[in-house]
Design a protein around this ligand. Structure first.
Ligand code: EPU
Length: 447
């Protein structure tokens, strides 16, 4: 596909301002939550990304009227006429997202059954859904697996339960929340994920009438209620996109003001950014990130669940670490295959060696299992342009950063994957002075 190829001319710093809107990892889930209400909901600060389009389509298939509000980025969702959707239609709409699995609880409450197709999402690990299925069964759901997907029913309704997750999974925690808020009785979830996007989802549900408490020991308690209303909510800003721009500023010797970025959600990232030698200043409406000149510092880093260093920050930061002086060590403990993207960076002149051993002390599920989930990065490296094929969302943006930091013109394919999570990224790059172009435009300018 011609418009799926981006030419990136590297070698100049990114400078200027970008704005981040609502978080990709909250907005689609808040949209699913709207299904639980008996009245319309209004979500603000919604980015135009493909995960939002997919969930919008799925809601519409289930009878939810979705329309844009008056202010930009405002979505109005009316779930008063929810109805069963056709299995083939659901399958056709859901293809490239992992969000459909979260429709289970709301659809079971509203319609007594749900169909969930095979899930998409980034191939950064096996990404099983065993935790989801196990907690749904605890609530009393009956799951039948067929080749086309999962058929789920709740013949006696969903009942509150006591569950503990084997790992603080974001998706499984959301599954429990969306099922428990209208289940009969109370639910206690231990070893829950407490990412800022989850806390924001809890805020949405509380506005709808839910009763949820979060304790400091990763335990979430939910008292089921029989009825929820609509909500009016402004989505929290995307701290993952904000960090991506911060890394772009660092790797290109640039200076980017990220309007909308919020300190509280990014404290762990900011500490690491400072250790590496990046500079930032917190302002009322955003955060400015820049390269202060001089060499960057090599660091040892481990990804972890919140409040640790978020795995989605890892890939863009690795690109910046190729410019640091000395040996950096990265231990990825959330996804077993999230370092594969580094082979392309090596083709560009980086020196990154992967290891299957755990290079760090954070408890990890991947040691001794032949997953190359630790990296040693030797820098600084002079990067040069190459052909890049994007394997997943964050790797995709990281490749753009590397191509912008490199000498020469890189040809990047698979950019539609970046659109899953970065609104209008080409326009934002151009606003920062990046020289990027679709081949079609190159051809036109030559003609
Ligand atoms: N896991 C299981 N079984 C399950 C569920 C998860 O083994 O049933 C494992 C996963 O394989 C993984 C770990 O638990 O090793 C964590 O997965 P989690 O469930 O937390 O991830 P997720 O809900 O599928 C969301 C984000 C990811 C983000 C992770 C971690 C969305 C749509 N996706 O995924 O975002 O990396 O949480 O914070 O919210 C991204 O934005 O690029 C991205 C991949």
């Amino acid at each position: 596909m011609q418009d799926d190829v981006l030419l990136v001319h590297g070698g100049s710093p990114l400078e200027g301002e970008v704005r981040v809107k609502g978080a990709k990892n909250l907005v689609p889930k808040a949209m699913v939550a709207a299904l639980l209400g008996e009245a319309p909901s209004r979500l603000r600060n919604v980015p135009e990304i493909s995960d939002v389009r997919i969930v919008k389509g799925l809601l519409q298939l289930h009878g939810v009227a979705v329309r844009e509000g008056e202010e930009p980025g405002e979505l109005l969702m009316d779930p008063t006429q929810v109805e069963q959707a056709n299995v083939a239609d659901i399958d056709a709409h859901a293809g490239s997202s992992r969000i459909p699995i979260l429709f289970c609880g709301p659809l079971l409450h509203r319609l007594g059954r749900a169909f969930i197709p095979d899930l998409g999402g980034c191939m950064i690990g096996d990404r099983p859904i065993d935790f989801h299925l196990s907690v749904l069964r605890e609530f009393g759901a009956v799951i039948t697996k067929r080749p086309e997907g999962l058929y789920i029913e709740a013949p006696n309704g969903l009942k509150g339960t006591k569950v503990s997750l084997p790992f603080p999974s974001v998706g499984a925690t959301e599954q429990v929340l969306l099922a428990a808020v209208r289940a009969e009785g109370t639910t206690e979830l231990s070893n829950a994920a407490v990412e800022p996007e989850i806390i924001d989802l809890i805020c949405v549900l509380q506005k709808m009438g839910a009763i949820i408490s979060v304790t400091t020991d990763r335990v979430i308690r939910i008292t089921g209620v029989s009825k929820l209303v609509g909500y009016d909510h402004r989505a929290l800003p995307d701290r993952l996109e904000a960090a991506s721009w911060a890394c772009a500023a660092l790797a290109t010797h640039g200076d980017i003001y990220v309007r909308g970025a919020r300190q509280l959600d990014m404290m762990t990232f900011l500490n690491v950014f400072r250790q590496v030698g990046g500079a930032f200043s917190i302002e009322d409406e955003g955060i400015r990130f820049w390269h202060p000149g001089g060499p960057l510092n090599a660091i040892a880093l481990e990804t972890d669940v919140h409040p640790g260093f978020q795995t989605d920050w890892q890939q863009p930061l690795v690109v910046a670490l190729t410019q640091a002086t000395g040996l950096s060590i990265v231990h990825e403990t959330v996804y077993e295959r999230r370092l594969g993207f580094t082979s392309a960076l090596n083709q560009m002149g980086a020196t990154i060696q992967l290891y299957s051993e755990c290079l760090g002390g954070t408890p990890c599920r991947f040691g001794q299992r032949n997953f190359q989930h630790s990296a040693v990065i030797s820098g600084p490296a002079k990067l040069h342009a190459t052909d890049l094929d994007i394997p997943d969302l964050r790797a995709g943006f990281s490749y753009l950063i590397a191509a912008l930091a490199a000498e020469g013109t890189s040809r990047v394919t698979g950019i539609d994957l970046i659109e899953r999570g970065y609104e209008d990224f080409q326009a934002k790059l151009e606003a920062l002075g990046a020289r990027v172009e679709l081949p079609m435009r190159v051809a036109e300018s030559v003609a």
